[in-house]
Structures are given as structure tokens and as C-alpha cells.
Design a protein around this ligand. Structure first.
Ligand code: G1P
Length: 290
């Protein structure tokens, strides 16, 4: 079984749900406390053993490239001033030369299309996909848990969470088969079903481990829900070909593509920080009691 060494980060979206902030700033660069969303996703992939980081970008996303680059002037200044802590903070976003690649999604045709744009960099290896908008707070990084499932069962693994039945039309939803603890065999998948047609209320969180065969189906370019090329539709083709499991999320997922979800994430991550949690708690209490 080949290890999961590569990860795709689709970051080409226009971020229309976050205007005006995203007029010139990629939404993936919005910070939760003090770290951009994309850096959380990269850290998670790194913890899971990923060695090659593939960003599927679009127009106006150069700030992401700059963020993962060396910033020699800043580093020199921080070194001269003995700012070790700050140096440590910027080193967290550094990857080795050649570990990171960018490919353009030239038209916004959907998540499936974005993933397909990376096909030549993926080749014949299994790969992970991480959607930075789905920020997860958990003791153990979600992709680390998923890689453990992959190492035991092979095939494909997605992260799952229960959602209110009336929200199924916002997500990819699975038809669950046998369940064992947090592990769910997947018998089917459908993108954004009406609650009346949804096979369950188990929704896909933006974390995937997929076999490279999915690229062949994506290449057919069929439009699905919302008239977009959906990753979910091509994943369905893999069911029955190779093992397909869902792993229920052990942490909490924040929808950072949504303004309230993003604010909630900032508060949750801030409250958890030893350097500011107590003060933030006091200030939130004060605000709430006004
Ligand atoms: C995408 C996927 C969907 C998944 C969701 C998780 O949808 O297509 O299957 O449930 O991410 O956030 P999007 O949020 O891009 O519409």
C-alpha cells in the first residue's frame, strides 16, 4: 500500500461570502487569532506525514505563495533584534524548497475540477484533500486519524459529522453501511441532497484520502449539484472498487467560509490559548453582560 505523501489544497475560490474582506485578500489568508486558515490546514497535513503540498490557486492568490516563502528581510530584522519568539512563529509556515507546488484552476468549475487540476502532480499515488474553510479543533489532528484508518484498510477515507437533517443540502452526504465505533463503511455518496432525499444526516467534512483513480472520473467533467463538477460524484464511482470508509470527526468543525462560523472559530481558538484565554473570557463575559 502506498503511503499518503501528497495533499491538495483547493484555494482558488473567489471568497464571495466574505466580501469586502476578500476583495484583495485570499479568504484562506484570513487569520483565526493570529494564523491564516491555510496554515492550520498545512500543519494538519504535515502532522499526518504529507511531504508534498499542492495548492490549486486562482487569480489574486499570490499572498498565499508569499506566506509560505522565505521573508529574508523580516527574518534578518527579527534576528538582529533577538526576537526569538517571533522568529519561531514565522518558521512554522516554512516548507522545504520543492515541497510546495502551485497549479492554476483557470475557471471556477467546482471542487472536483480544482482537484482534477492537480492530476499531473498526483500521478499514481493516493492523496489527501484539505479544505481550509473547514477548520477543525481536536486533540489529535483529523488527517492523522484518517491516515491511521487508511493504513489499516487502504482505499478511500473521508471525515464525517452529523448535521441537522434540514442542513443536508449544504453538504456531501453518505449512505452508511456497517458501522464499527467511529468507522463507517460507505455505500454511497450524494452532493447537497434535499433533506427529503438525503440518505442520512452524515455529512462530509472537508478532509479526504483518495485513490488516484478518482482523477479519471473527474476528467470526464460531468456537472452535478449547482452545475459544478463535484468531487463527491467522482468519489461515488470508487465505491465498490476499493474500500471506502468514513471516520466520524472527533473534534469540532468550524465553517470558516461563513462569517459567524469564522468568528466562532476565533473565539474558540482564542479561549484555548494560554497567553490570552483568561483575558478573552473576561472580556466576552463583560460584553455579554452589557
Ligand atoms: C464541499 C463539498 C461537500 C462537503 C463540504 C464540506 O462543499 O462539495 O461535499 O460536505 O465541502 O465543507 P462546499 O462547502 O464547497 O459547497
Amino acid at each position: 500500500m502506498k503511503p499518503v505523501r501528497k495533499a491538495i489544497f483547493p484555494v482558488g475560490g473567489l471568497g464571495t461570502r466574505f466580501l469586502p474582506a476578500t476583495k484583495a485578500l485570499p479568504k484562506e489568508m484570513l487569520p483565526v487569532v493570529d494564523k491564516p486558515l491555510i496554515e492550520y490546514a498545512v500543519e494538519e497535513a504535515r502532522a499526518a506525514g504529507v511531504e508534498e503540498f499542492i495548492f490549486v490557486t486562482g487569480r489574486g492568490k499570490s499572498a498565499i505563495e508569499d506566506h509560505f516563502d522565505n521573508h529574508q528581510e523580516l527574518e534578518r530584522t527579527l534576528t538582529e533584534r533577538g526576537k526569538e519568539t517571533e522568529l519561531g512563529l514565522i518558521n512554522g509556515s516554512k516548507l522545504q524548497p520543492g515541497q510546495i507546488a502551485y497549479v492554476r484552476q483557470m475557471s471556477p468549475l467546482g471542487l472536483g475540477h480544482a482537484v482534477w487540476c492537480a492530476r499531473n502532480l498526483i500521478g499514481d499515488e493516493p492523496f489527501a484533500v484539505l479544505l481550509a474553510d473547514d477548520l477543525i479543533k481536536s486533540d489529535k489532528p483529523t488527517l492523522v486519524e484518517m491516515v491511521e484508518v487508511y493504513e489499516e484498510h487502504g482505499g478511500n477515507v473521508v471525515s464525517l459529522m452529523e448535521v441537522p437533517h434540514e442542513h443536508t443540502s449544504r453538504y456531501g452526504v453518505v449512505t452508511p453501511g456497517a458501522m464499527k465505533g467511529e468507522l463507517v463503511e460507505i455505500e454511497g455518496l450524494v452532493e447537497k441532497p434535499d433533506p427529503a432525499d438525503a440518505p442520512s444526516n452524515l455529512a462530509i467534512v472537508g478532509r479526504y484520502i483518495l485513490q488516484p483513480q478518482v482523477m479519471t472520473y473527474l476528467g470526464e467533467g460531468k456537472s452535478g449539484a449547482g452545475n459544478e463538477i463535484q468531487l463527491t460524484d467522482s468519489m461515488l464511482e470508487l465505491v465498490g472498487q476499493s474500500p471506502f470508509h468514513g471516520l466520524r470527526l472527533s473534534g469540532r468543525r468550524f465553517d470558516c467560509g461563513n462569517k459567524v462560523g469564522f468568528l466562532e472559530a476565533g473565539i474558540a481558538f482564542g479561549l484555548d490559548r494560554p497567553d490570552m484565554g483568561a483575558e478573552l473570557r473576561d472580556r466576552i463575559s463583560a460584553l455579554l453582560s452589557e
